[in-house]
Design a protein around this ligand. Structure first.
Ligand SMILES: Cc1cc2nc3c(=O)[nH]c(=O)nc-3n(C[C@H](O)[C@H](O)[C@H](O)COP(=O)(O)OP(=O)(O)OC[C@H]3O[C@@H](n4cnc5c(N)ncnc54)[C@H](O)[C@@H]3O)c2cc1C
Ligand code: SF4
Length: 345
């Protein structure tokens, strides 16, 4: 690992000041993740990447001292607020989240291992980076995400675990997290503080970027911006919700395909509201408005669920080892919809 400075912030102002230092940021090339100063939450993704020499920050700003301000869960009228520094395990097991936002609890419980969930924060989870092997192994020269303009070894290589929705000819990496798929389905917003102290709120679906021809720019965060929390609007659909994750092994593993579903059904099973997130095989947390539009106003059954799944994967692009993934994704979504429809309320 390369040498780096480690500093601990006592409050948000100090974190932002430290997050803004650490050398020049090239506005045309460097995104949030390539800024010279990086926030350190659980460190379970960032330190991993530093040990592999993929991430090379000059300065780490430990933000765990900000847990007092950004480490709580508050359920208010019309909104659930989750602090950025809440541990994954705390949110997964929170009684209100388990009862009223099952899709969030499911997604967190199915992510990583107990040790990781006890250490890792919600914001760190949402900002985790792809598991594409060519990205994580610096002995591969061609990776546009790691080295802009170098090419993409995965396109003609081992790509079974990579994405089919949102990919480009420059990068087919998948977004690996589970929690953000549930957040995007529920229409969550992200609260952010800029280095000038100004706060802003962005929709979760605008936090990450599609690869396009700049796969190295992964988020719409500016260097030094600090995520302080997430806000999730409440509705009758959050109770009838679940996360279905298909993976190679049940103990702990990243998703090959996943679906986050939240439903409000009339007594005759007509869909009043549906929210759908898709994971595992997507370039960024993916909300399927096309699938939602197919279902709205229809009775939820195998036919309507299948048509919704067709719509969700209509734009899928496959490569050498991902030919089976649109079908895997379709079946995952159909099963999630039908299971959510059968939930006892
Ligand atoms: C073996 C293994 C298996 C795993 N399996 C899964 C899985 O199945 N599903 C899944 O979802 N995840 C999985 N993970 C990933 C794991 O959940 C993440 O590593 C973890 O959630 C990251 O959180 P953290 O707090 O440790 O982030 P860190 O490593 O501290 O930070 C990650 C990134 O976020 C930035 N950051 C952190 N907090 C903030 C903030 N408040 N504002 C701005 N930037 C911030 C950091 O600067 C860094 O760039 C796995 C990891 C491992 C090692
Ligand atoms: S898929 Fe993306 S991350 Fe993986 S090698 Fe290609 S450019 Fe790099």
């Amino acid at each position: 690992m390369r040498p780096f400075f480690l500093e601990t912030a006592r409050d948000a102002n100090e974190a932002l000041r430290l997050g803004a230092c650490g050398g020049e940021v090239d506005a045309h090339v460097d995104a949030h993740v390539r800024a010279p100063a990086q926030y350190l939450a659980g460190g379970t993704n960032l330190l991993d990447l530093m040990k592999l020499d993929v991430a090379r920050p000059e300065r780490l700003v430990n933000i765990n001292g900000l847990r007092q301000d950004y480490g709580s869960i508050e359920a208010e009228e019309g909104e659930l607020r989750l602090g950025a520094l809440v541990h994954m395990s705390t949110a997964a097991d929170h009684p209100i989240i388990r009862q009223d936002y099952r899709v969030l609890s499911d997604a967190l419980w199915m992510a990583a291992s107990p040790q990781l969930r006890n250490m890792a924060s919600l914001a760190g989870n949402v900002l985790q980076r792809t598991r594409c092997n060519y990205f994580r192994d610096t002995s591969w020269g061609a990776c546009n995400k790691r080295k802009p303009g170098s090419g993409c070894a995965a396109i003609d290589g081992v790509n079974r675990r990579l994405a089919v929705l949102g990919v480009s000819e420059h990068c087919i990496a998948n977004y690996p997290g589970d929690f953000a798929i549930a957040l995007v389905a529920l229409g969550a917003r992200v609260d952010v503080l800029g280095t000038d102290g100004a706060s802003r709120s962005i929709a979760l679906e605008d936090l990450h970027r599609l690869p396009g021809d700049t796969p190295h720019i992964e988020t719409n965060l500016a260097p030094g911006e600090l995520i302080t929390g997430f806000r999730i609007p409440t509705g009758p659909w959050t109770r009838r919700s679940l996360y279905l994750k298909i993976r190679d092994r049940a103990s702990y593993d990243f998703a090959l395909a996943s679906a986050a579903v939240a439903l409000d059904l009339a007594p005759d099973a007509t869909v009043r509201t549906v929210r759908i997130g898709i994971g595992g095989l997507v370039a960024k947390p993916w909300r399927s408005l096309d699938a939602e539009a197919v279902l709205k106003g229809r009775v939820l059954d195998e036919t309507s669920a299948s048509e919704a799944a067709e719509a969700a994967f209509a734009s899928a692009v496959v490569h050498s080892e991902t030919g089976c993934k649109p079908e895997l994704g379709r079946r995952t979504l159909i099963r999630a919809l039908l299971e959510a429809g059968r939930m006892e309320m």
